[in-house]
Design a protein around this ligand. Structure first.
Ligand SMILES: NC(=O)c1ccc[n+]([C@@H]2O[C@H](COP(=O)([O-])OP(=O)(O)OC[C@H]3O[C@@H](n4cnc5c(N)ncnc54)[C@H](OP(=O)(O)O)[C@@H]3O)[C@@H](O)[C@H]2O)c1
Length: 301
């Protein structure tokens, strides 16, 4: 089976690519950076640039499934310019992909998109299922809502659409975890904000398996990509402290201070989303790391 990945060179895409290759899939990928184009056995890179309407159509040859991960990082400062780039890189690239498929002959049957739990309203007690109507009214909620709507349009082309709403991805060297580990190892670790906010997280390995599961089981619709056991910020820091065998001297960094340092982006650490994985479990997916202690021990050993 041949999979085409956009954003394949990033944090999620690179490990997804390795896993799919190990399972015998052929991977074509689209990159906006010509230096990242490689050609190897069952692994072929192609250039695209949605901003310049450029697309190497050979990338579509024989492709059964598209995994759409492209988008500028949201961890940069949320300046008006960077926010616009976060929007354009997602909305315009999705529209461009849609238009290309509409105009070209292809055999794509399924599109799997990397959505985000940032679509859900910040709440300490509400448990979000996929049909939750409590949508975040700020920048992230708006971005994800717009992005999902663009992706759902592929259904008009007869393509099944599966959207994975991804939570906080835990990985040893990238993403949120190293940022949490560093201060604890250097003895200035602290709980961020109230400590009561809920993090719905997923081990990167489980996320990669879930993408493959969505391909091999032809999943359609929206699925939360989070472990079955969300935790509070305080529990996360305390578990890290225990596993790393380090003290946490500072009780907590107040939200007001985080707002000052991070600006609007503080929501990425102080926001609270209790997200359910029930639908994902009911689809038959089994998490290798359902509990935070298992995940952290695996990643930090
Ligand atoms: N990581 C998370 O915790 C998380 C959580 C929820 C949702 N997601 C979503 O999952 C997707 C992948 O996340 P990630 O962490 O792997 O991101 P990443 O490491 O930042 O990689 C994203 C990739 O998108 C491509 N890209 C960047 N700017 C682009 C542009 N202007 N036009 C087209 N492509 C562009 C780049 O590939 P090339 O340089 O090869 O073009 C880049 O490697 C993102 O859309 C993100 O919103 C991630």
């Amino acid at each position: 089976m041949k999979i085409l990945i956009t954003g394949a060179t990033g944090f999620i895409g690179s490990s997804l690519t390795s896993y799919l290759l190990s399972k015998g899939y052929t991977v074509n990928y689209l990159t906006t950076d010509r230096d990242k184009i490689k050609d190897a056995v069952r692994y072929h890179g192609f250039y695209w640039n949605p901003a310049k309407s450029s697309f190497d159509l050979k990338a579509l040859d024989g492709v059964d499934v598209i995994v759409h991960l492209a988008g500028a990082s949201i961890s940069k400062r949320w300046t008006p310019r960077n926010k616009q780039q976060m929007i354009d890189s997602r909305i315009n690239s999705t529209r461009f992909l849609y238009q290309t498929l509409k105009e070209q002959k292809h055999q794509v049957k399924q599109l799997i998109g990397a959505s985000a739990i940032g679509i859900y309203e910040d709440s300490l007690d509400y448990i979000h299922q996929e049909d939750s109507l409590r949508v975040d009214a700020d920048f992230l909620g708006d971005l994800v809502t717009q992005w999902e709507a663009e992706n759902k349009k592929f259904e008009e082309l007869g393509i099944w659409v599966c959207l994975l709403r991804i939570g906080m991805v835990l990985s040893k060297n990238d993403g949120a975890l190293p940022e949490l580990v560093k201060p604890i190892e250097r003895y200035y670790g602290a709980v961020l904000g109230s400590g009561e906010q809920i993090h719905s997280w997923i081990h990167r390995e489980d996320l990669i398996y879930l993408f493959e599961y969505a391909i091999s089981h032809q999943l359609e619709g929206v699925y939360n990509a989070v472990s079955p056991h969300p935790i509070t910020q305080r529990e996360l820091v305390m578990d890290l402290k225990t596993i790393l065998k380090k003290p946490v001297f500072f009780p907590r960094i107040p939200t007001v201070f985080l707002k000052l340092i991070l600006g609007e982006r503080h929501i990425l650490v102080t926001g609270s989303q209790n997200v359910s994985s029930k639908k994902t479990l009911n689809a038959g997916f089994e998490f290798k790391f359902p509990e935070i202690k298992m995940a952290l021990t695996n990643l930090l050993k």
